[in-house]
Ligand binder design. Structure first.
Ligand code: ZN
Length: 159
């Protein structure tokens, strides 16, 4: 049975939770803007193939590249994913469930030949350009796979 969400124990905690958005977060928006600025065109909140109730934050469907910006709180980042003291157990369970779901989603996508890039919200906050660079790199690897260094096969029809 799912336990009801406990009431926040104080105004401070209540405000803290209100800030814990799960989609279209500021870091995610910042990353989207930077990718767009670099000429990359992506889909937002694209459904996970086979699991339409789950979505991928930033998706390049044709290249099968999935980018997740994992919120430090909800996804339990090792640095910032500390549940509040009040109702700590309830939050811990909830965050653990999210983490299990995250790894299931990654596994499913990988099984379907997707490349999955998961970044922490704090990485985007602290190193936006580095994160954008690794997305750009992953995308160009997928667009022009290793074949770039190999001779082009002399036949029609391609693969
Ligand atoms: Zn973090």
């Amino acid at each position: 049975m799912v336990k009801a969400r406990p009431q926040p124990s104080s105004e401070r905690v209540r405000l803290r939770f209100r800030r814990q958005k799960t989609r279209d977060t500021r870091p995610e928006m910042a990353l989207r803007r930077e990718l767009f600025r670099r000429g990359m065109r992506y889909r937002v909140n694209y459904p996970v193939p086979g699991l339409p109730r789950r979505t991928i934050d930033i998706t390049f469907p044709r290249q099968r590249l999935a980018i997740f910006v994992d919120g430090c709180f909800w996804h339990g980042c090792p640095i910032h994913g500390v549940p509040p003291k009040a109702n700590a157990e309830w939050w811990r369970e909830k965050i653990d469930r999210n983490r299990v779901r995250d790894s299931e989603t990654t596994q499913l996508l990988t099984e379907h030949a997707w490349r999955v890039l998961r970044v922490w919200e704090h990485d985007v906050r602290n190193n936006l350009l580095v994160v954008a660079g690794s997305v750009e790199q992953a995308l160009s690897d997928l667009v022009s796979p290793k074949a770039a260094s190999q001779p082009i096969p002399n036949r029609k029809g391609g693969l």
